[in-house]
Unconditional design. Structure first.
Length: 203
């Protein structure tokens, strides 16, 4: 029987697999997986998995390889950061697709309440916004400050994204923890065109 272990730990609690994801090639990572019987989901001292490191590095081939070897796409850090949060924020459409295909939760929130949809809106990544909503992302999910994706779009003057979110069920009258609706936020920030658009949807 083969026994799976984390292997020897390196600086910061990283395993050989972590180290190879950060410094090696796709082929190097594959050799480690096949020859060292490693735990694919071993985490370092910050609770970062090899898959999360691959997402942060934008290492597509390595991320796909880890997913093919059943890496958990929903394993997050102590703060709740998952590979999908990272890919949504950086605009990595190919990785977002792969993560969703392997069971990543489009609705996951980190400790700050941010979902991948919040991150995609903050980054202005249209294709990922569409993908996440198509895979069940909660359009009206709030972060710890009560901000929805719509609030985030208003903050960044993303008029086209505001329209898209409204067309897909975003509630224009939800308040953040300061008591501000997206329209009131637009007024506060001097976004006249967005204020007009949101006022029309409040009626």
């Amino acid at each position: 029987m083969m026994h799976f272990t984390t292997g020897p730990t390196l600086e910061g609690g990283k395993t050989l697999l972590h180290h190879t994801v950060l410094t090696g090639t796709h082929q190097d990572v594959e050799r480690v997986i096949l020859n060292h019987a490693v735990l694919i989901d071993a985490v370092d001292e910050l609770r970062r998995s090899p898959l999360l490191l691959a997402a942060e590095q934008g290492a597509h081939e390595i991320a796909h390889l880890l997913l093919e070897h059943h890496a958990d796409p929903n394993l997050g850090t102590y703060s709740g950061l998952t590979p999908l949060h990272v890919a949504a924020y950086t605009g990595d459409q190919a990785l977002v697709k792969a993560l969703l295909r392997h069971g990543a939760h489009a609705t996951c929130a980190n400790d700050a309440g941010n979902t991948p949809l919040h991150n995609a809106v903050i980054g202005g990544h249209w294709p990922i916004i569409r993908l996440l909503i198509a895979h069940g992302a909660e359009v009206n999910a709030c972060d710890r400050e009560g901000r929805t994706a719509l609030h985030c779009a208003v903050e960044r003057r993303k008029g086209a994204i505001v329209r898209y979110l409204l067309a897909h069920g975003a509630d224009p009258v939800l308040c953040d923890t300061r008591g501000r609706t997206p329209r009131q936020l637009a007024v506060h920030l001097g976004h006249t065109a967005l204020e007009k658009l949101l006022r029309e949807h409040e009626q």
